[in-house]
Design a binder for this molecule. Structure first.
Ligand code: ADP
Length: 544
């Protein structure tokens, strides 16, 4: 965006002299090649989703200079990752691994500690090592995106297998999975669907988890557990290792599919509707991770700026949202449910009939006929995603404000009407308090749902950024008082969210610290990520 008045001097991680750091970087250049060590001394360019920066968060909620890398390095092999780790231990430099860095809404490519050296694994380590058409599995490196895997399946003529993709398909499969992101087919729980990892530990050793520990095995991608403790869990949402390979299971092509969309008229329909959804979802009559979206989102995803609808300073009034939505399929209704039924027509018919009779118990419920919709309607984006075809239509709602950026509040609850109402009410009240438009969507997993609220803000407007962050902090705090915790969070909220998991005097946090100190004695790997600080950082004012 060219509005950065940035010094040309790169940031230096705290605790190391600039000269020593520069010397250390040239040593790293000798190891990796000049072109694979990039000092971050140029103006910060935000780009956009497909051309995102790897030096900082292009959607920062803080000052742009806060969470920036001092340098970005590009390893080309596991051995080079080990070299970088050895180097970081020698000079006590914080390193921050990313796969592709498209983790928008949760920090993008930014490191948690300013001046960290970012390891951009994806640039050179981007091979699909294996796709196994008999076992329906694959083994990928960090730079493999959902798009790339999808394309590879098409190229190889493997029509019998599907990929599961998140809302935006440009991200890394490994990056999304280790952050426990979700997609929208029956394989939407990416973490549950992975099998086997290769991990470089913070002290440089390489391990393979599950069956990967057994030389000559042919089961690494078929059986996730192996023998002994199941260690994969500690490498998700943590800072205990650098994942260099991961296995993923692929869904069998179900032999047909059909998207459906229902709308429901009133805001108060939320609770009875969620009650209807729960047993259907748990029984897998509703077969995929489905979305229940509010009219505000239906308006925002039209991709038009808010100013076209409303120029007042507070949240856009309900009546204006409805007016704005009048030409979209949600029309004068308040909730839109997007789902998909899988299998050949005769299999689908029974499930769809059950869904239909259940959903119609809500007075006024409408089923939308897709043949009445224009080709660029959002419905068709959901349709693609639920069929494992990557897409980026979802991004359109960042046009809501100038310099549109977003940051998420994502609490988990059971699939219950009372919980949905409590979270909706909390979200609405706090958004009103901070003058923010409220975009709630309920993402229904199997026995739980995440409420995903994306706050869209203008990153060039300091006041708006502060309001958004204050609102988020209060949401996390108030939700925790009601017993709700986040399933995932942005870098700047990690300490706070980790702090809400405080049972038994924060026993789980202490356990994480113990693991951290054992695995990473010099506290070099992604300090502070997910609220876990190694001993060199603890109690020194790094938390925020
Ligand atoms: P995506 O490319 O899907 O957007 P990112 O690369 O941004 O995902 O990954 C999200 C977060 O997960 C990163 O900020 C990082 O902390 C962590 N992460 C990503 N890839 C790895 C990896 N290979 N090893 C360890 N942690 C990782």
């Amino acid at each position: 965006k060219g509005r950065n008045q940035r010094q040309r001097l790169p940031v230096v991680p705290q605790g190391i002299e600039r000269d020593v750091f520069m010397q250390a970087l040239s040593e790293l250049k000798d190891e990796l090649g000049e072109e694979n060590v990039e000092i971050n001394d140029k103006p910060l360019v935000d780009g956009w989703y497909m051309e995102h920066p790897n030096t900082h968060d292009m959607m920062t909620i803080l000052d742009e200079e806060e969470l920036v890398a001092s340098a970005v390095v590009y390893p080309g092999s596991v051995e080079e990752v080990q070299k970088i780790v050895a180097w970081a231990n020698k000079y006590l430099v914080p390193i921050f691994p990313i796969s592709m860095g498209r983790n928008l809404g949760y920090g993008g490519a930014a490191p948690r500690v300013r001046g960290s050296v970012t390891i951009d694994l994806g640039r050179r380590m981007n091979k699909i090592i294996d796709i196994n058409p008999e076992d329906y599995t694959c083994l990928v490196e960090p730079g493999v995106s959902f798009y790339a895997l999808y394309e590879a399946l098409k190229e190889r003529g493997y029509d019998h297998m599907w990929v599961d993709t998140p809302d935006l398909g440009g991200g890394s499969i490994i990056g999304n999975t280790v952050d426990r992101g979700v997609g929208y087919t029956p394989y939407g729980d990416h973490w549950a669907c992975h099998s086997g990892m290769e991990v470089v530990l913070p002290t440089g050793e390489v391990i393979r988890t599950g069956m990967g520990g057994l030389p000559g095995n042919n089961t690494w991608q078929c059986f996730p557990y192996g023998f002994g403790p199941y260690s994969d869990g500690i490498f998700s949402q943590s800072n205990f290792g650098i994942v260099t390979k991961m296995g993923m299971t692929l869904m069998p092509n179900p032999g047909g599919y059909e998207s459906f969309m229902y709308t429901f008229p009133r805001e108060e329909d939320l609770a009875p509707l969620i009650e209807i959804i729960r047993p259907l979802r748990i029984a897998q009559i509703l077969e995929n991770v489905a979305q229940l979206r509010h009219v505000a989102q239906s308006v925002a995803v039209l991709g038009r700026p808010r100013s076209e609808f409303y120029t007042g300073s507070g949240p856009v009034p309900f009546s204006i949202l409805h007016e704005a939505a009048s030409k979209s399929p949600i029309g004068d209704h308040t909730w839109a449910y997007y789902g998909m039924s899988y299998g050949p027509p005769e299999i689908r018919a029974h499930k769809l009939a059950l869904v239909d009779s259940s959903f119609r118990k809500i007075p006024g419920a409408r089923k939308i006929d897709p043949s009445t919709l224009p080709a660029d309607d959002y419905f068709f984006s959901r349709d693609k995603i639920a069929a494992g075809i990557p897409d980026i239509h979802e991004l359109r709602w960042v046009n809501w404000t100038p310099n549109g950026s977003h940051i998420a509040f994502s609490p988990v609850s059971p699939i219950r009407g009372t919980d949905a109402t409590a979270l909706f009410k909390l979200g609405k009240e706090l958004h009103d308090k901070y003058n923010i438009d409220f975009f709630p969507a309920f993402i229904v997993g199997l026995r739980e749902m995440h409420l995903i609220v994306e706050i869209v803000f203008d990153r060039a407007n300091q006041t708006k950024k502060k309001e958004a962050l204050d609102c988020l902090r209060e949401l996390v705090h108030e939700a925790a008082k009601l017993g709700y915790g986040e399933y995932r969070t942005h870098l700047v909220l990690m300490d706070q969210v980790a702090g809400t998991y405080s049972w038994n005097e924060g026993a789980v946090g202490k356990f994480n610290e113990k693991l951290k100190d054992a695995l990473d004695p010099n506290s070099i790997l992604a300090p502070g990520r997910c609220g876990i600080w190694g001993r060199r950082y603890r109690g020194r004012g790094w938390e925020m």
